[in-house]
Design a protein around this ligand. Sequence first.
Ligand code: ZN
Length: 328
Amino acid sequence: MGWAGVAWRDAEYELAVVDGASVSGRTFGGGEIGQLVEALHGCAGVVVDSTSGVLDGHLTAAGLAVFRADPWLLPDRPSFGSAAALALARRGAAGDLPRLTVASGALVGRHEEYASQVARCGPVERELAGRFLARGAVPGTAALTFDDGPDPRFTPQVLDILREHGVRASFFCVGINATAHPDLVARIAAEGHLVGNHTWSHPYLPDLTRDELLRQVDATNAALSTATGGAGDLVRPPYGGRTPDVLRWLAGHGMTTVLWDVDAGDWAAPGVATIADRVTGAVGDGSVVLLHDGGGDRTQTVAALPGILRTLLDRAYTFVTVDHYRSR
Ligand code: ZN
């Protein structure tokens, strides 16, 4: 089996495989990531673009050889989809793309660009104070946040643990997942947690046009509204990837950007003890903690969570949802 490209379009995934002169393809529903991963076993490599972060953690966790092709290497995208699967597969066969692993994450090869764009955002973040937050100012409280779900395997386990400990949290959901699993989004909201917008397909926002950004945000708000009866105005940019323009656009669109001050780094599966230590070692008054209930194998996050909750409850923290940290 040759090179595979995986695309997203609306609420579906498209697979194309190029093997010498032969080309084949198949379509999967947004809830069929497991079947998609099965279909990829045996391929030489699988290529995604920088708008498809919803997928790469699942692909690397399955042990596949995963590569990212950036926009300047690809034909134009539709305004609500990634580059075409066939173009991705052909670009993979041509070689010389950065390889993604569980430990490297999706932005391998672009970390310097990421850091310089984030560094330029400081003044805008202060200017947008009412539409931007990374930490609260309420003594004795902390806010746990779970990104990249809902995921049918891990989100219910996280919800069960939170319920056992009487803890409320915030879930930044990916739209394509929310559309595939509206029952899970409804359960998150029904159990008193906050549901926020984590875009439709988990793109690196600095790569998007304004029109793409609009559709990523609005389609996700619509999916969350369908599942819960109403979407809030909180959005978390994938990877925290941002530019001054992106932050101003989100604020102008009525959205409040929520980042974090404590990063568990659980997406890289560094070990249960490391995840727990990073959180309990860094949490302070008003901390916003970044964890993940979807986007890959979250076994370690689920295993670390009870210990994190016990430790912080023993320190008399009250857990709040991130909307408690809006500036008033
Ligand atoms: Zn994310």
